[in-house]
Write a protein that binds this ligand. Structure first.
Ligand SMILES: [Zn+2]
Length: 189
C-alpha cells in the first residue's frame, strides 16, 4: 500500500487543484458512452484528482445527488455522490472501483438521472447495500447504506456497467420514453 508521505503529497496537490475546478458537460442519452463498461482505476494521480473535483463541481451545480464518470465521458470506475447536500451541509463521497458486496431487501423509489432528460420512474432495488472500493487517495473503504444512499449507490454503480435506471423499468414505459426522446431529437430540442 501507499506510504503516508505519498498520501500527504497527493493531499497537498489536490488542494491546489481545488482552485481550478471546472464544470463538465453532462453526456445525455442516447450517447453510446453511457452504454459502455468503465475500466478499473489502477493509478491515483493529479489528473484523477482533478477529474474528481470537476465531477463533484458538476454534480453540485446540476444539481444532482450522484455522478458517474461515464456521464462526463470518462470510462473509469469512479463515482461521486452526496445525498446530504439537499439539507445544506456537504457530505461528498468519492468511490473508486466501487463494488456492491452485499444487498438486502427490496425498495421502490422514484428515480431520475442527469443523463436522462425530462423523465423519472419508480425503480425497484435493494433496500440496503454494502459497497466496497477505494477513496480518492487509494485507501480501501466500505460504505453501508439504506434509503436514498442505497438508491444512489446502486444507480451510480450501474452507470459504470453501462446500465441506466430506465433498464429497470417495464419495456413498455421505456419504449414510450425512448420514442419521445427520438421525436425531441428530430425536432432539434
Ligand atoms: Zn444517472
Amino acid at each position: 500500500m501507499k506510504s503516508v508521505s505519498i498520501c500527504h503529497r497527493i493531499n497537498n496537490y489536490y488542494h491546489l487543484l481545488d482552485i481550478a475546478m471546472a464544470k463538465l458537460p453532462i453526456i445525455q442519452l442516447p450517447d453510446p458512452v453511457l452504454r459502455q463498461q468503465a475500466e478499473e482505476i489502477t493509478e491515483i494521480n493529479g489528473e484523477l484528482q482533478r477529474l474528481i473535483n470537476d465531477m463533484a463541481e458538476t454534480m453540485y451545480a446540476a444539481p444532482g445527488l450522484g455522478l458517474a464518470a461515464n456521464q462526463v465521458g470518462v470510462l473509469q470506475r469512479l463515482i461521486v455522490l452526496d445525498v446530504a447536500h439537499r439539507d445544506g451541509a456537504k457530505d461528498l463521497k468519492v468511490i473508486l472501483n466501487p463494488c456492491i458486496k452485499a444487498g438486502e431487501g427490496q425498495a421502490v423509489r422514484e428515480e431520475g438521472c442527469l443523463s436522462v432528460a425530462d423523465f423519472s420512474a419508480e425503480v425497484r432495488r435493494h433496500a440496503r447495500v454494502t459497497v466496497s472500493g477505494l477513496d480518492r487517495e487509494g485507501k480501501p473503504l466500505e460504505i453501508s447504506g439504506e434509503g436514498l444512499l442505497a438508491v444512489v449507490l446502486q444507480h451510480e454503480i450501474d452507470h459504470l456497467d453501462g446500465i441506466l435506471f430506465i433498464d429497470h423499468i417495464g419495456r413498455l414505459k421505456r419504449g414510450l420514453y425512448l420514442r419521445r426522446l427520438k421525436k425531441l431529437a428530430a425536432r432539434g430540442q
